[in-house]
Design a protein around this ligand. Structure first.
Ligand code: SF4
Length: 250
């Protein structure tokens, strides 16, 4: 396989998509128009974006993105001042009764501690995580400081801020690719990695392909995975990677 040809196409598609999003509003993340209205408004509700990112763990992303909206609606608390008044017990009771997540006790704590961190460290304004045009490493680090946020959530949160919300950062080096199922499928089928058992293989391959912003390849994989490289019945005939892809379909 000619690795460099594949590299150029994946990076090219990712950069083209990034460019094409510059003049449009963020895409809906939850699939629910009302919840998306809050998620898209990071000027006024940046905390809802941050809390949604923290929920994105081992459940479908659309479900996770809905949770802050559901909690805020339940308590009639959409502002940080209102949310910060909720006790840990109130939030835990909500999670245990309505079961919005797979791990409700743990995620209730993550949700509560997320609110309290935004309240105490960022003075109720979650946009301070990214508003001082920091380096990508600084933003990833600030997300990592939240309870429950591992490197996957921290890089995904930073990547979406750049790709969908056009938040300017000083650099993009530390925004790694997020090896979700779609990314794994395309990296494996194209022959970019020999296996997907170790996500570090994908992370470092993406760094090799585009060191200045490895996470931009998330966009390419999203586009190709949704349109051509579906889990079953891939449309190789029309796929832009067809000429260089190894088409490993076992
Ligand atoms: S659709 Fe076919 S050509 Fe395109 S990435 Fe998937 S396996 Fe490769």
């Amino acid at each position: 396989m000619n690795d460099s040809e594949n590299r150029n196409e994946l990076v090219r598609i990712g950069l083209a998509r990034l460019q094409s999003t510059q003049n449009r509003e963020p895409r809906g993340l939850s699939g629910d128009p009302e919840a998306d209205r809050y998620l898209k408004d990071i000027q006024n509700y940046p905390h809802i974006y941050v809390l949604a990112c923290l929920m994105d763990k081992q459940i479908k992303a659309e479900r996770a993105w809905l949770i802050p909206f559901e909690v805020c609606s339940h308590f009639g608390a959409f502002t940080m001042q209102e949310l910060a008044n909720l006790s840990a017990g109130q939030i835990e009771s909500y999670f245990l009764e309505y079961k919005p997540h797979r791990f409700n006790k743990d995620m209730a704590r993550v949700f509560y501690e997320g609110i309290q961190r935004i309240h105490t460290v960022y003075a109720d304004d979650a946009s301070r995580i990214w508003s001082d045009t920091p380096s990508s490493a600084a933003v990833v680090y600030r997300f990592l400081q939240f309870a429950g946020a591992g490197i996957k959530i921290a890089t995904m949160a930073t990547n979406i801020l750049v790709r969908e919300y056009h938040v300017p950062l000083r650099d993009y080096y530390s925004i790694d690719i997020s090896p979700d199922l779609q990314v794994k499928r395309i990296f494996y089928r194209t022959g970019l990695v020999e296996n997907t058992d170790d996500v570090n293989l994908i992370i470092y391959k993406a760094r090799e392909l585009y060191p200045i912003f490895p996470g931009v390849i998330d966009e390419s994989c999203w586009e190709i995975g949704r349109t051509y490289c579906r889990p079953t019945d891939p449309n190789c005939a029309e796929c832009p990677l067809a000429d260089t892809c190894q088409k490993i379909l076992d």
